[in-house]
Design a binder for this molecule. Structure first.
Ligand SMILES: [Fe+2]
Length: 335
């Protein structure tokens, strides 16, 4: 079957599967009409999945990111010196593709010489143990439990503007018949997910689930990360929808629109947790079950996301990830 134009199949609660037109299997090379449809779908459905992309080169992946946000052309998502600084919490999470360093290799296990011009290299999957104070017990791990590692936006939020888009290409992934589960500590609810699934929660759903009083609050509140102050709500430039977008681990304090302090660190984090918790509930998250060759493109200003999965040290997983800081900050637009 051939299709002349790009096809979009929306999923619930968020996301869409994209079928590329028959003239190309490289999404960076779509004609202008099809690329416009792809971009509109990204901003509308927040997460796009394109299958069979195992041959997508780092050059094409980078070109695709830049095509979504031309203002990012000269920037880095996690400015290289920040990412590779020994002080960075992200320093051990990835390696750059040598000839296209905006594309990071992330994953788990050891890889032989030859991949993208690399010598032998080793990657370590970020597991809950590196980011949680209270760890799962041995019994819970034996029973296949994992956790959301850390809900976040891909953004350094130092002096850089959050990337509009992240592309994530699964090259080597655990067999998705291997399942793990997340048990919500506050409600006891459980979700069954593929090992190493990437979880997404919609900032639009987060906003829509708020009470009228909370909506008024978030629309009047900004998040101070000590270096950058951004609105708590970012307006989608395609749909006009409001997305509650808080980069949780960078919250220092909350301010109102006049710049008065609404909450200092501890209270600020409690408020953000209360406001955003409903959006990560079992029926509101999409957990992508990786198959080799899957390309996930997500609107980094419209969703929060998290790694999941407890992997053995020798278990192999290899992804190519690209996100590049934008030329401008996200905005709240009230019509
Ligand atoms: Fe991320």
């Amino acid at each position: 079957m051939t299709n002349k134009t790009l096809e979009i199949t929306p999923q619930k609660p968020l996301g869409a599967v994209i079928t590329l037109p028959s003239y190309t299997n490289d999404p960076s090379k779509l004609n202008d009409d099809d690329f416009a449809k792809l971009k509109s779908a990204l901003l509308t459905y927040s997460v796009l999945v394109i299958k069979n992309q195992q041959d997508l080169s780092p050059e094409s992946q980078h070109a695709l990111n830049v095509r979504f946000d031309p203002s990012s052309a000269t920037n880095y998502g996690h400015k290289e010196e920040l990412f590779h600084s020994k002080k960075s919490i992200l320093a051990k999470d990835g390696r750059c593709v040598p000839r296209r360093p905006e594309v990071m290799m992330v994953g788990n296990g050891s890889f032989d010489e030859g991949h993208e011009g690399m010598k032998e290299f080793k990657l370590e999957h970020p597991m809950h143990k590196t980011f949680h104070k209270k760890l799962l017990t041995e019994e819970e791990l034996e029973a296949g439990q994992t956790r959301f590692y850390r809900w976040h936006i891909d953004a350094a939020l130092y002096e850089l503007s959050p990337p509009v888009v992240t592309t994530l290409l699964g090259l080597v992934v655990p067999n998705s018949s291997e399942r793990q589960k997340i048990v919500y500590e506050d409600t006891g609810e459980e979700i069954d997910i593929a090992k190493g699934a990437t979880a997404f929660a919609s900032g639009k759903i987060a906003f829509d689930l708020l009470s009228d009083e909370d909506k008024a609050f978030v629309l009047d509140t900004t998040v101070d990360s000590k270096v950058k102050i951004l609105p708590m709500v970012w307006t989608n430039p395609e749909t006009g929808n409001h997305h509650l977008q808080v980069h949780g681990c960078c919250v220092y304090r909350l301010l109102d629109s006049k710049g008065n302090v609404v909450a200092e660190l501890e209270d600020a984090r409690k408020i953000c947790q209360r406001l955003m918790r409903p959006a990560i509930g079992p029926s509101n998250v999409y957990c992508h079950d990786w198959k080799e060759g899957d390309l996930c493109i997500f609107h980094n200003r419209g969703v929060i996301h998290s790694v999941t999965g407890e992997l053995d040290p020798n278990e192999k997983r290899l992804m190519h990830q690209c996100n590049i800081a934008s030329g401008s900050d996200p905005e709240l637009v009230i019509r």
